[in-house]
Design a protein around this ligand. Structure first.
Ligand code: PEP
Length: 248
């Protein structure tokens, strides 16, 4: 019933030429299926990727956006600018943005509202640090990120929302949450959504796992009941590697 989403997060990797080369190779080995695939690329590569993936069902996402309509925000990109390119998704609240760029639950919430208004599907990232997990606070932390991040987001919006559970200790570290740990937290996230919006919405929300997903562990992660896809960093940079995850 839920269509799983496997999205690559290229972070600050690839020039436009490299992005075009990726798209050309990936299109040759990609076959459309009941899995939705997206590439979340740096801003300057979004237009080229939209063009390259024209005629396919591969979607394109940004990795951040500003919450203001427009204004004196040097270096920022608005939802309208992404909308103009036809961007489908936008990652919001990635832990690297929370940790390195002072992103808070409040800015995450403002960005979610703006993304929905622009018709861009947000991929809301939540997840605990290792200290928080070791202190048995993982569930409280994730619940708080969800409740604050989703303030005044409507049920109709929550239905199309994508949530990525990304434990910070598993991102780019090679250390993956066990499929059971990931499944447990994704199930907990669905319970929180159920509490906020009810079961019908919770049944529709796509909940991904992210954190060192690679070809060797994609199958067991994707086969977990509560996990509806993956947000993939490092392993999304090489077409031959990413396709193995997509075809898990
Ligand atoms: C990410 O950047 O969202 C991520 C999960 O990275 P990696 O797969 O490299 O751990």
């Amino acid at each position: 019933m839920r269509k799983p989403l496997i999205a690559g997060n290229w972070k600050m990797f690839k020039t436009t030429e490299e992005a075009k080369a990726f798209a050309a190779s990936f299109k040759k080995i990609y076959e459309s299926s009941d899995i939705q695939v997206a590439i979340c690329a740096p801003f300057t590569q979004l237009g080229a990727l939209k063009e390259a993936f024209k005629g396919t069902d591969i979607k394109v996402g940004a990795q951040n956006m500003h919450f203001a309509e427009e204004g004196a925000f040097t270096g920022e990109i608005s939802a309208a600018m992404l909308q103009e390119i036809g961007v489908d998704y936008c990652i919001i609240g990635h832990s690297e943005r929370r940790q390195l760029f002072a992103e808070t639950d409040e800015t995450v919430n403002k960005k979610l509202h703006k993304a929905f208004l622009a018709g861009i599907t947000p991929i809301l990232c939540v997840g605990e640090s290792l200290e928080e997990r070791d202190a048995d606070r993982a569930f409280d932390v994730v619940k708080s990120q969800l409740v604050k991040g989703l303030e005044e987001i409507t049920a109709a919006q929550a239905e199309v929302l994508v949530i990525a559970y990304e434990p910070i200790w598993a991102i780019g570290t090679g250390r993956t949450a066990s499929p059971e740990q990931a499944n447990e937290m994704c199930g907990f996230i669905r319970d929180v959504i159920d509490g906020l919006y009810g079961e019908i919405v919770a049944d529709k929300t796509i909940i991904q796992y992210g954190g060192s997903v690679k070809p060797s562990n994609a199958t067991e992660i994707m086969n977990m009941e509560e996990i509806d896809g993956a947000l993939v960093g490092g392993a999304s940079l090489v077409p031959e590697e990413f396709i193995q995850i997509v075809n898990f």
